[in-house]
Design a protein around this ligand. Structure first.
Ligand code: HGY
Ligand code: MN
Ligand code: MN
Length: 405
């Protein structure tokens, strides 16, 4: 087998290309992501890994050990779904590197004493149903399965309907404590979403922490009307209130050192150039190392929005969609990884990951691979072939250390 993560990434480079936005759009359980799931099952099968899809739609490819029970297993992997117009590395790099690492371990003649699994977690980006790391939150019991079944995508289709079409029984989604307890360690490799490794001149880093991050849905209702026939003084325009929300988020995130505040998605209804909107939906993404700072920024923004809504004769509803506290990765596992990779610096990240969600339940760690642009969630996201190769070797080194003792 190849041990070549670059070749594996090249194989999927044509899947989910978004010609309108640029980059890739591979929403969970959409045709491109389903095609990627099939690609993964095929490549795992070729490696003699036993494929399994669990009740949450998580794919597991097992390197079983004859006679060994499935406990104290080591898991690696990542996600295949993307943001709209994302890069080809965010998620797939971790999956391709995991398959390549299995090849490298086989080439080295490594004889595991505990099972190894490569996992693919659905809806890490939350781009279709709004909740980030949905698969791992379900697995860890961090989200209500009933709420998940009712989540709806842009077209109004529920998670239950879409999952059913993907061959997953929505009645079976939910926590899987036995599976979690069987996992001794989870290590996720991911393209770096930032410039740390560029500035440090290193190809691979070990993750230290993930800053807290949350998402809120803001719904503003006004009164739709004619853009020409309605006097300015007679308007209840929700877009005016949304503008204040966006201004307030920028202002409050700017004055808190290292905070991040983003509105990247806004939906004006009905959306006509000559139509005063009836309603606006927008989503806040707020992050900071200190989760109280996140919540403080959000409460300031909500207060400013409510003031503007009162003045404009509109109404506002704010709903928290998902929240992840600051995660410090497992210290013992991180130190073990640093022993294996002494040249790798320790880097924190502002990006959320499945490993960050699972950290609440099992020892997890991450490896980051240098991204020369530092950009992510954009077609500009990239990793040089030599760094991709270095990442797969680093992952194989870490996995070898974990599965042979
Ligand atoms: O949004 C994030 O931080 C991650 O890329 N899902
Ligand atoms: Mn991402
Ligand atoms: Mn990711």
């Amino acid at each position: 087998m190849s041990g070549d993560a670059n070749a594996l990434l090249d194989e999927i480079a044509h899947i989910g290309v978004d010609r309108q936005r640029g980059g890739y759009t591979r929403l969970v359980f959409s045709p491109p992501e389903l095609e990627l799931r099939e690609w993964f099952a095929r490549r795992a099968g070729e490696r003699g890994l036993r494929a399994e899809t669990d009740g949450n739609g998580i794919l597991w490819a097992w390197w079983d050990i004859v006679g060994a029970e499935r406990r104290d297993v080591v898991v690696t992997g990542s996600h295949l779904d993307s943001v709209p117009g994302g890069g080809n590395f965010d998620g797939p790099l971790g999956v391709a590197s995991a398959l390549a690492a299995v090849d490298l371990l086989r080439d080295r003649g490594v004889r595991p004493v505990r099972p190894l699994a490569v996992a693919v977690f659905p809806e890490e980006e939350g781009s279709r149903f709004g909740v980030a790391c949905l698969g791992t939150r379900l697995l860890a019991g961090l989200v209500d399965p009933e709420r998940v079944r009712e989540l709806r995508d842009e077209s109004g289709r529920s998670f239950a309907e879409v999952a059913t079409d993907a061959g997953i029984d929505p009645a079976l989604i939910g926590p899987d404590p036995a599976r979690l307890q069987s996992i001794a360690a989870f290590v996720e490799l991911h393209v770096e979403q930032g410039r740390g490794l560029i500035d440090l001149g290193q190809p691979v880093a070990v993750a230290g922490a993930i800053i807290a991050h949350g998402r809120w849905h803001v719904r503003i209702d006004g009164r739709g009307d004619h853009a020409g026939a309605t006097r300015m003084v007679d308007r209840q325009d929700p877009v005016v209130v949304a503008a204040e929300t966006i201004r307030a988020l920028r202002a409050h995130a700017l004055v808190v050192d290292e905070a991040r505040g983003t509105v990247g998605r806004i939906k004006v209804t009905p959306g006509g150039t000559n139509v005063i909107a009836a309603s606006v939906d927008l989503w806040l993404d707020v992050r900071h190392r200190d989760e109280t700072a996140v919540r403080r920024i959000v409460s300031e923004v909500v207060a400013a929005t409510e003031r503007s809504a009162d003045a404009e004769g509109c109404t506002v509803a704010v709903t928290e969609q998902s929240f992840s506290p600051t995660v410090a990765f497992d210290a013992a596992l991180r130190e073990r990884m640093r022993e294996v990779l002494p040249a790798a610096p320790v880097l924190d990240t502002g990006a959320g990951h499945d490993a960050g969600v699972l950290a609440a339940a099992i020892p997890t760690g991450m490896l980051f691979v240098r991204n020369p642009t530092g950009a992510s969630h954009t077609p500009a996201e990239v990793a040089a072939p030599e760094d991709v190769a270095a990442g797969a070797i680093a992952l194989a080194d870490v996995l070898e250390s974990l599965i042979t003792r």
